[in-house]
Design a protein around this ligand. Structure first.
Ligand SMILES: NC(=O)C1=CN([C@@H]2O[C@H](COP(=O)(O)OP(=O)(O)OC[C@H]3O[C@@H](n4cnc5c(N)ncnc54)[C@H](O)[C@@H]3O)[C@@H](O)[C@H]2O)C=CC1
Length: 479
């Protein structure tokens, strides 16, 4: 299989070969090399930022609706090419084609469509001050750096590019070194849709390329999707230059199932919240708290349903559960499974699997202090925990440094809202899980991040407000 792009980087409206270290791209299912890229050198990173800074003012000077139109055209092109783009996403990530066809580029297209449509509404305020008045202008930040994780590479690129570009910023995007291909397609599509050359650029590379980007003097903002340890480093490095940041980081989110929950729906939600994309989703509800009365029927039904999961070739449309993104990540997940067993938790179903595959794995008899309960695993591993009452479960759910997401299943309306209000999380779901429509703000609290993606809230993180005071009378000085 060959997924070789024309060159590794996309800079100033054209493909450019990288001058840094080799970056092989492996298909997670077979380990086969599907493309051979090169990282950007440090000089190439700074040259790209200079090109972006030169291209940005003319883009920002366009009427917002003209910028919006480019994003809308890009969304339409993505939809026309969804089959081909989804296949590439599957090759890059190993995720089943039945997922990538509906969840990845489609979500990216929705972001471009949403922010493209929002363009005309991005206005300031008029503030009456008696005789005088003031107004505010919502202005772009300049050049924004986007740095992506490997689980939803194209969606992440679109979620960052769409609000940045509609506000008149330029962007230099660095995808994860594990999944570098989708962002290059986005750059080509945006150019085809009418985006001026140099406004959206892609550099490739590992962490040190991201670090060079973060501290480049032409970068005004860094938006990272990645792990908490990387987030701490990037946030600290960005602070040195007083750069704006958005941090979309990891989680260990609670999914709370009360006795009165609809059993079948709660099991479905727990399955999706733990095993979709082989569990490689930041907002996954990996601590499943089960109230004592529903615990046994829930676990019986869960085990029964997991027996039928189709694991295998991600390009087979029937496959529901694909490989882990890399051998290194599979190794980390297996180490966590072994740790859980050593700590005394029992495996209800699943286990370490073989090669690139780790089946959906459920732990029972876990306790709050175990590493499998405390740390993000970022793989198909669910930890179930028993609880008795509401006050107890909210306290235990919040006893974590993470705060990305949370879910509650109950038929009791007032309890559902009370628990959602009490949970320390950027996003809470009631009687569903992991739905992230573009209309709704998405992001974390506590160590899970800063800032919000999606919705009008994202605009605030890609713009700054200028106040203009207008004096309508004379000026009198005391001396
Ligand atoms: N909150 C959210 O929206 C999401 C969060 N994630 C989180 O991402 C993690 C998994 O993704 P990974 O790619 O393994 O994360 P990672 O933290 O290893 O890498 C993320 C990105 O940061 C870059 N990077 C690494 N060191 C850097 C440095 N010093 N300076 C600048 N850039 C640097 C990497 O090259 C990569 O592009 C999980 O913790 C997951 O929860 C993943 C998807 C969504």
């Amino acid at each position: 299989m060959n997924a070789q792009p024309a060159a590794s980087l996309f800079v100033g409206g054209r493909f450019v070969e990288g001058e840094g270290a080799a970056l092989p791209v492996l298909y997670p299912y077979s380990g086969e090399e599907i493309a051979s890229l090169r990282e950007a050198s440090t000089d190439q990173v700074s040259a790209t930022c200079r090109i972006a800074v030169e291209a940005q003012p003319a883009w920002a000077a366009l009427a917002p609706v003209e910028r919006g139109r480019v994003l809308l055209r890009a969304a339409a092109i993505i939809r026309e090419r969804n089959a081909e783009l989804s296949r590439l996403e599957t090759l890059d990530t190993g995720k089943p084609i039945q997922e990538t066809l509906v969840a990845d580029w489609e979500s990216g297209a929705q972001a471009l469509e949403y922010f493209g449509g929002l363009a005309a509404t991005l206005t300031g305020q008029m503030i009456p001050l008696g005789q005088d008045w003031a107004y505010t202008r919502r202005e772009p930040l300049g050049v924004c750096a986007g740095i992506g994780a490997w689980n939803y590479p194209s969606q992440i690129a679109c979620w960052k590019a769409a609000p940045a570009l509609v506000m008149g910023n330029a962007m230099v995007f660095k995808p994860s070194e594990e999944t570098p291909l989708g962002a290059l397609k986005l750059a080509e599509i945006l150019l085809e849709a009418g985006l001026p050359a140099g406004v959206f650029n892609v550099v490739q590379g590992r962490g040190q390329v991201g670090a060079a980007l973060t501290t480049d003097p032409n970068i005004a903002k860094v938006s990272l999707t990645g792990s908490v340890p990387t987030g701490r480093r990037v946030y600290a490095a960005a602070a040195e230059g007083m750069r704006h940041v958005t941090m979309e980081l990891g989680g260990k989110s609670p999914l709370i199932v009360f006795d009165d929950a609809n059993l079948e729906h709660a099991v479905s939600a727990a399955v999706l919240a733990n095993f979709y994309s082989s569990g490689q989703i930041c907002s996954n509800g990996t601590r499943v708290f089960l109230q004592e009365g529903i615990r046994e029927p829930f676990l019986d039904r869960l085990a029964e349903r997991l027996r039928h999961v189709k694991i295998g070739d991600p390009l087979d449309p029937d496959t529901q559960h694909g490989p882990i993104v890399s051998a290194a990540q599979a190794g980390k997940i297996r180490a966590m499974i072994a740790d859980g067993q050593a700590a005394g938790a029992q495996i209800l179903c699943g286990g370490p699997g073989e090669g690139a595959f780790i089946p959906p794995t459920v732990f029972v008899d876990a306790t709050d202090d175990m590493t499998i309960t405390r740390d993000e695993i970022f793989g198909p591993v669910m930890t179930t925990l028993a609880f008795y009452d509401e006050e107890e479960v909210v306290r235990r759910a919040n006893a974590t440094g993470f705060g990305l997401a949370a879910g509650v299943f109950t038929q009791d309306l007032t309890r559902a809202h009370r628990v959602a209000a009490g949970l320390e999380a950027g996003t809470c779901w009631i009687n569903t899980y992991n739905l992230t429509p573009v209309e709704m703000p998405f992001g974390g609290v506590k160590m899970s991040g800063i800032g919000r993606e999606n919705s009008a809230a994202a605009i605030e993180h890609y713009s700054q407000v200028k106040s203009v005071y207008v004096g309508m009378g004379g000026v009198e000085a005391p001396y």
